[in-house]
Design a protein around this ligand. Structure first.
Ligand SMILES: O=C(O)c1cccc(C(=O)CC[C@H]2O[C@@H](n3cnc4c(=O)[nH]cnc43)[C@H](O)[C@@H]2O)c1
Length: 223
């Protein structure tokens, strides 16, 4: 298994919370945003494949922003969410206050590996750790106000949370035929514009708790 985070902060939280020998040996900090994430994971997997060390799957753990659905329950800050699918959410055209797909089409939607996802979910639930499951959206431009969040929600009404790397990592993993799973702990509500109001440290620490549960014993849940 290859463990991927976007930032050093997230990776440090995972390594601090886990017994080092139990963490996957292959680890990558892919950088923030879809371009860096796809490029760095692609490069890593190409090099790993060339040296006969292609991992059997890729797991991304990190922080995310929760979408608020008017009148419906939504993930709260520090909740843990597991992706069922990923989409490059702002790839398309923005016109007349709507986010529209390109007429020519593009590879923007990625159903994630259901078997790997369900093993992760079972492992966490068996440890008494609640997980919310649903579609995630990856953006190049983080939603900083209600209008931007509404634009994305109008196109992805079932979306649980927003991040900046997941779909790009799913794309790169799919290119190498690898199952991909993504777990994110909520650091903020998406329309909170001020990053100083995000629960960054606490959400990273929650990512560490999740990783400690996943990598607690011999990884029997890993394919
Ligand atoms: O410097 C800023 O003003 C700033 C504003 C918004 C986001 C950032 C980041 O550096 C995001 C980094 C990281 O966090 C993930 N994340 C967490 N919450 C959200 C969100 O609400 N929307 C999008 N991404 C989010 C993301 O995956 C990045 O890796 C800086």
């Amino acid at each position: 298994m290859l463990l991927v985070t976007a930032t050093d902060l997230e990776m440090q939280a995972l390594t601090a919370a886990c017994v080092p020998a139990r963490l996957p040996e292959q680890r990558l900090v892919c950088g923030v945003g879809p371009a860096e994430a796809a490029f760095r994971l692609g490069l890593f997997l190409a090099a790993a494949g060339a040296s006969g060390q292609l991992p059997d799957c890729v797991l991304n753990i990190g922080i995310a922003g929760a979408y608020l659905h008017p009148g419906l329950p939504a993930p709260a800050v520090l909740d843990c969410c597991l992706a069922t699918s990923e989409v490059l959410g702002d790839l398309g055209k923005c016109q007349h206050g709507r986010l529209l797909p390109l007429q020519s089409g593009c590879h923007d939607f990625f159903p994630l590996d259901a078997a790997l996802g369900s093993r992760i979910r079972s492992r966490l639930e068996e440890a008494g750790f609640p997980v919310e499951t649903g579609p995630f959206v990856t953006v190049s431009c983080a939603s900083g106000d209600r209008d931007r969040a509404d634009l994305l929600l109008a196109r992805y009404p079932d979306a649980l949370c927003e991040n900046m790397e997941g779909a790009a990592l799913a794309l790169a993993a799919a290119h190498f035929g690898l199952p991909f799973a993504e777990l994110r702990c909520v650091s903020n509500v998406v329309d909170e514009p001020e990053r100083q109001h995000w629960c960054l440290q606490a959400a990273c620490a929650r990512c560490g708790e999740v990783a400690a549960l996943l990598f607690e014993e011999k990884h029997t849940w890993i394919p």
